[in-house]
Design a protein around this ligand. Structure first.
Ligand code: AMP
Ligand code: GLY
Length: 422
């Protein structure tokens, strides 16, 4: 089967790397991909939100499956677009319809869904410009820190946590005043949950599911989890505290009620669900849903899956998840993200990258890179993810960091303490 992967980051490179190992694999395409993915398949000059061009490419190249990496095309209705076209209807699309993508596209929808289905989550209320005074009142009922969230997609920047009540009131007013555009027309205020975060993932056909290896993401730019939030600076899988007893609670209290809730509400679902969890003294709470895999979690999770991923994706797309099992390796995966100096603030692009010829110890996934006259250059904040697998976490980290040290570009920065807390 020919497969097209939508997206251009490290997650999509890792998905392509794993899928291309499948026995059923035909030709592999990326829309638009990056210089790393061009080593695995064909990069098409098609943007991830140009559904018409993606549809035409699928027909032209006889693609049987489209795997959607990022959330924006899913929330924008790429799956609905395929179903609405007679020529594209039978193409397998990995990723939910717009209705299911609301779990990520609207935090208000996600929280009310969790409440309707008894899924443990932080106490919250939502407010609009008309109800801002009630919002101030709700803030008075909470203890600091205060968590404020724009309802819509805001590229990971829509969550603001402040310690001071006056600042929280000001933030609420600014958010409702258009700081995040339409994404902030509705703002959620949440009780702050204290605990360690982790990411759990399933692949589902809407009725049955497989639980993928969990991961821990390191979101802050600075060592010891300090500084600004980023897209993710590294990941570790497995997560030691996510033992069988904890994961059983996650499955019973969060995963199963989610699948049951989707079915009850008549929301079909094909693809990945990413549960952003927090461990509060041994009990899992759900912070958020994402309707896709995480980045950089994918770069740590997929190398630990021994099963044929294309076979599992095909089962998800054709309602045969029940027949499948997943085989995962007992190894530990460590992923370190190499970023441009200054990220997540301002940074320069176009720096020449050297030393990226793999030395064979680790895996290298491109994120923000581009090729110019045969020369590899930086093209984004997160430039490359280096993953290493080993029997123990210290060994995986040692391999990963020795690989990360081989790659050079001006201003290269990475956290040297990934996994420090585990
Ligand atoms: P998000 O952009 O939704 O992934 O949220 C960003 C981060 O904010 C999460 O990864 C958490 O670290 C933090 N966060 C969100 N909601 C809460 C909450 N209710 N309590 C504590 N931390 C939170
Ligand atoms: N690493 C977090 C995310 O993909 O949203």
């Amino acid at each position: 089967m020919n497969v097209l992967i939508v997206g251009s980051g490290g997650r999509e490179h890792a998905l392509g790397w794993k899928i291309s190992q499948s026995r059923a694999m035909g030709r592999l395409f990326f829309a638009p991909g990056n210089p790393g993915t061009s080593l695995l398949g064909t990069n098409l000059p098609v943007s991830s939100d140009d559904f018409e061009a993606i549809g035409s490419s699928v027909l032209f190249h006889d693609v049987g499956m489209v795997v959607v990496g990022p959330e924006v095309p899913l929330v924008g209705g790429i799956h609905d677009f395929f179903l609405a076209d007679d020529r594209l209807r039978d193409v397998r699309v990995i990723g939910p319809l717009k209705s299911g993508a609301m779990l990520e596209g609207s935090k208000d929808f996600a929280k009310s869904f969790m409440t309707r289905h008894g899924i443990p989550t932080a106490r919250y209320a939502s407010f609009t410009r008309e109800t801002v005074d009630q919002g101030y009142g709700f803030l008075d009922t909470l203890k600091p820190p205060y968590v404020l969230k724009a309802d819509g997609l805001a590229a990971g920047k829509g969550v603001i946590i402040v310690n001071d009540l006056a600042e929280a009131r000001l933030t609420l007013a600014e958010m409702l005043g258009g700081k995040f555009g339409m994404a902030g027309d509705t703002v959620l205020i949440e009780e702050f949950l204290r605990g360690v975060e982790l990411s759990a993932f399933i692949l589902t056909d809407g009725s049955d599911y497989l639980i993928l290896p969990e991961a821990k993401d390191y979101k802050r730019v600075g060592e010891n989890d300090t500084g600004l939030n980023t897209g993710g600076m590294g990941a570790i899988s497995p997560v030691p505290f996510a033992d069988a007893a904890f994961m059983k609670k996650v499955e019973e209290r969060i995963i199963r009620p989610t699948i049951r809730g989707l079915a009850l509400e008549g929301i079909p679902y094909t693809g990945f669900i990413f549960f952003g969890l927090i461990n509060c003294q041994g009990d899992p709470f759900l912070i958020e849903y994402n309707v896709r895999m995480g980045d950089p979690e994918t770069e740590a999770v997929l190398p630990r899956i021994e099963s044929d991923l294309l076979d599992l994706l095909d089962a998800a797309a054709t309602g045969r998840m029940k027949e499948k099992k997943i085989k995962t390796s007992g190894n530990v995966a460590a992923t370190v993200m190499l970023v441009s100096g200054g990220y997540p603030g301002d940074y320069e692009k176009g720096k020449v990258i050297t030393g990226n010829e793999m030395t064979g110890r680790g895996l290298l996934f491109h994120a923000g890179t581009r090729e110019e006259d045969g020369i590899l250059k930086t093209a984004g904040g997160r430039v490359m993810a280096v993953t290493a697998l080993a029997e123990t976490l210290p060994e995986a980290l040692e391999k990963c960091y020795s690989e990360a040290g081989e790659i050079h570009f001006e201003g290269k920065y990475f956290r040297r303490d990934i996994g420090f807390d585990l």
